[in-house]
Design a protein around this ligand. Structure first.
Ligand code: MG
Length: 261
């Protein structure tokens, strides 16, 4: 009887640890981040739920998207400050619902975007917080609301943050010390980013060709990502120089190059 009991304990332990291991290793291991989702090849709207779903289908490491805040403080996903000629920061969410994306979707809320993303555990959600051009206070309010929503939905394991605003990045690092934050601006040297607590740098690809920052960042243990890399020549140069991630409008092309390597 005791032997059977021991066997059951052993099987339970093994299956639990195997499950834990599986959980650790479910994120896609590749260099591909779909810029505003994977939209181009299938003619989907950028930053739509459909483009996020397509990035997941392609098994990208990550799917990038941009977050703004409406006049009534709803977080929405869109690239530009305007949605269909309506300035998001000065427009209520209800007003934004009067226009749709070309595929019939409403402007996605951050909530709906995250809820879609966390249905799977293979593709990361690369969340860009857009500075609102209404001053630092508004940017901090937006940042705090994003952090709160990610926390409430228990979505943190999926999310990595990026921003062109150093203030927004600093606030993210202060509030979320163990979370990955990368700066997009392109003008700050890797050493300063390291000292300021960043996980990495996510710069325009031309910056890496003009500087030694890719090598320096790697020595410092920073993650490296380049945007927006759409040509074979640029992709090959960055792959050859061992960049960690490439953010691209052409994820299918990048996957093909990586397979050929
Ligand atoms: Mg972006």
């Amino acid at each position: 009887m005791r032997k059977i009991f021991n066997l059951i304990v052993l099987i339970t332990f093994m299956s639990t640890s195997m499950f834990a291991q599986k959980n650790i290793s479910t994120w896609n291991k590749n260099k591909v981040i779909a810029h505003r989702g994977a939209w181009k090849l299938n003619n989907l709207p950028e930053n739509s739920i459909a483009s996020l779903k397509q990035a997941i289908v392609l098994k990208c490491y990550g799917s990038e998207f941009d977050v703004h805040m409406t006049a009534d403080s709803i977080l929405v996903v869109n690239h530009d400050q305007d949605f269909m000629q309506m300035p998001i920061a000065q427009t209520t969410y209800q007003m934004l619902l009067t226009k749709q994306l070309p595929n019939g979707e409403n402007i996605p809320t951050l909530e709906s975007y995250l809820k879609t993303g966390i249905k799977q555990k293979h593709t990361k959600l690369i969340l860009e917080i857009k500075p609102q051009k209404l001053g630092k206070e508004t940017d901090l309010k937006l940042t705090h609301k994003v952090i709160e929503m990610v926390k409430n939905l228990k979505a943190q394991p999926w999310v990595e943050y990026i921003s062109f605003s150093y203030d927004i990045c600093n606030e993210l690092i202060k509030q979320l010390p163990n979370v990955k934050v990368a700066y997009l601006g392109g003008e700050v040297a890797p050493e300063k980013l390291k000292n300021d607590g960043f996980d990495g740098l996510d710069y325009h690809f031309s910056v890496f060709r003009k500087t030694e920052w890719l090598t320096e960042a790697k020595k410092l243990g920073l993650s490296t990502n380049a945007w927006t890399v759409n040509t074979i020549e640029e992709m090959q140069w960055l792959i050859k120089n061992n960049i960690d991630y490439l953010t691209t409008n052409e994820p299918e092309l990048l996957f093909k190059l990586l397979e050929e390597k």
